[in-house]
Design a protein around this ligand. Sequence first.
Ligand code: ATP
Length: 259
Amino acid sequence: MPDPGAPASKMTARRLAVRYDGKLALKTVDLDIPAGRVTALIGPSGCGKSTFLRCLNRMNDTIVGARVEGEVTLDGEPLYGPGAIDPVLLRSRVGMVFQKPNPFPKSIYDNVAFGPRLMRRVAEGEEMDALVQSSLEQAGLWAEVKDRLDAKGTGLSGGQQQRLCIARAIAVGPEVILMDEPCSALDPIATAKVEELIDSLRDRFTIVIVTHSMQQAARVSQVTAFFHLGTIVEVGATEQLFTAPVHELTQGYITGRFG
Ligand SMILES: Nc1ncnc2c1ncn2[C@@H]1O[C@H](COP(=O)(O)OP(=O)(O)OP(=O)(O)O)[C@@H](O)[C@H]1O
């Protein structure tokens, strides 16, 4: 029987398959992504985690030779095929934060204002100032940069740059934030800050994170999906998956026997 307390699915994937130059990288994956939760995607290198993540905001469209089959929905609306959401609108609803912090070579302020300006979301001046401030506050960076908003974003530390990229993603008002190994280029202190931030954001956003660190998945996520050779072997509540995995392959991976 369905659990009445379970959150609704914000996004769903059905029979999702991806080929690169004809070679199958993701094989008929089904996954429900619950609203207002952090979903972690784990698994050995090359198992298809990033490929899956990129399907959730059509980033695979930008890769020559990539072909996506199957269905993905956002609040029930299709991302692919007839009646699909416009990809530009989709990327404002489903934002992305990459492995390596990639601020634009612009001021801290202009980094955050970039998306809202492009989409003509808010007027310049007070309204934009307020949006920049609130985005930086939500990303836990405001206190550190409020006196130097004109300084280059690229001059910040790695951890600050990654939080700036999160502020930039937040500024366009997304509903879902995808993160592809967002801490892999950061030191442990910067990592801890970003992890705290992820936890604080899940009230307002649905988050999907690819991580190589099982400790990180256990710390930040409520749901974990274990990928292996292009398929999902097991998905469930994070605590359950790490303490009592059902599948032998999951057990092998989380105990470090392979991967
Ligand atoms: N742009 C691309 N062109 C061709 N093949 C690709 C491309 N991106 C990924 N692949 C292949 O698709 C498969 C899945 O890769 P993907 O990067 O999604 O895995 P991953 O689990 O995220 O790996 P990692 O943990 O190492 O980042 C791999 O065999 C990879 O070589």
